[in-house]
Design a protein around this ligand. Structure first.
Ligand SMILES: [Zn+2]
Length: 274
C-alpha cells in the first residue's frame, strides 16, 4: 500500500514536469518560415569589426539578412523585420508585406513583431505592420525612446510605436509569447542592452533558436567571440554561454541569422519548417 502511494507521487511529479513550459505540449500548429529581408553584399572581412581579439585574420564570410514568420495556430508573429526598403544596396528585393502576401497572410493578421535588437537591419520594415504589437527588449526600447539615441540607432524605423500608433511591450527578461512554451524570447544582452533570441519549439523539427545578433557567424558562436561594437563584452559571453547550455539541454538547432551557411537549416521560402 505504501509503495503504491509512493509511485503515485512519482507519476504526479513527472506529470507536473511534463506540463512545465520547458517541455510544453500544445494543440496549436507551429511552423517557421524564413524570409530574405535584405540583399547580401560581397563577403565581409570579419576580423576588422566582428572580433575584439583579432581572431580571424584573412577570414571573409558571406552575410545574409533574415527575418522569420512564426505561425502559432491562427496567430502570426514576425521575428525581426530586416532592412528597410530604402536601405540602398542592402534593401530587400521583395518587401515583407509582399512576401507575406505570397503566403496569403495579410499584414493585419500579424499579431506580434518580435525584435531581437534595435539595429536597422532588424527593425527596417517594422512600420509596414503597424497593427502588430511590438515585443522588444526593455533595454533596447529605452535606447530607441531616449532623448539622444546613439549613432547608428534610428528610432524612425519604429515611429509607429514611438508615436503611440501601436501597442508596444518592453520585455525586461524572457517572454513566453503565446503562454504555452512554444515561442519564447530569451533575454541575451550584450550585443545591445535588451537583446533577445527566439526559441521556437516545432513538433517535427524540434526546438530551434533564432540567434538575432547573439553572434553574427558560427565561429563567434563557437568561440565566444565579441564584435567591437557590442554594448557589453561580459554580457555577450554570458549570453552565448546561456544559449549553448539551452541548446545542449533541449537539443535545439541554432540558426545564426546573418550566416549564409545557416540558411539551409530551414526549408527555402515559401516552404515552412514544421
Ligand atoms: Zn544584424
Amino acid at each position: 500500500m505504501k509503495r503504491a502511494v509512493v509511485s503515485l507521487g512519482l507519476v504526479v511529479g513527472m506529470g507536473a514536469l511534463a506540463g512545465s513550459p520547458v517541455s510544453a505540449q500544445t494543440t496549436a500548429e507551429v511552423t517557421l518560415t524564413r524570409f530574405d529581408c535584405g540583399t547580401p553584399q560581397a563577403p565581409l572581412d570579419v576580423n576588422t569589426r566582428f572580433s575584439d581579439t583579432y581572431s580571424y585574420a584573412g577570414l571573409k564570410l558571406q552575410f545574409v539578412y533574415s527575418c522569420y514568420l512564426v505561425k502559432h495556430g491562427d496567430d502570426y508573429m514576425m521575428w525581426d523585420t530586416g532592412q528597410s526598403m530604402s536601405a540602398g544596396p542592402v534593401a530587400p528585393r521583395v518587401g515583407l508585406v509582399d512576401l507575406l502576401a505570397q503566403l496569403k497572410v495579410a499584414p493585419e493578421q500579424v499579431k506580434y513583431i518580435g525584435i531581437s535588437h534595435y539595429h536597422g537591419d532588424h527593425i527596417g520594415q517594422a512600420n509596414s505592420l503597424p497593427k502588430a504589437t511590438l515585443l522588444i527588449g526593455k533595454g533596447d526600447w529605452d535606447v530607441l525612446t531616449s532623448a539622444k539615441p546613439p549613432t547608428g540607432v534610428n528610432p524612425q524605423l519604429v515611429s509607429n510605436w514611438i508615436s503611440g500608433g501601436g501597442n508596444v511591450e518592453a520585455v525586461p527578461l524572457d517572454k513566453d509569447v503565446f503562454g504555452d512554451g512554444t515561442v519564447v524570447m530569451l533575454y541575451t544582452p550584450g550585443h545591445t542592452p535588451g537583446h533577445h533570441v527566439l526559441l521556437v519549439r516545432l513538433p517535427q523539427m524540434g526546438p530551434v533558436v533564432l540567434s538575432g545578433d547573439l553572434a553574427h557567424f558560427n565561429e563567434n558562436y563557437e568561440n565566444g567571440g565579441v564584435p567591437i561594437f557590442n554594448t557589453d563584452r561580459a554580457q555577450t559571453i554570458a549570453s552565448i554561454d546561456r544559449i549553448k547550455k539551452i541548446a545542449a539541454n533541449t537539443k535545439a538547432t541554432i540558426i545564426i541569422q546573418h550566416d549564409a551557411r545557416d540558411v539551409g537549416k530551414l526549408p527555402p521560402f515559401p516552404d515552412s519548417a514544421r
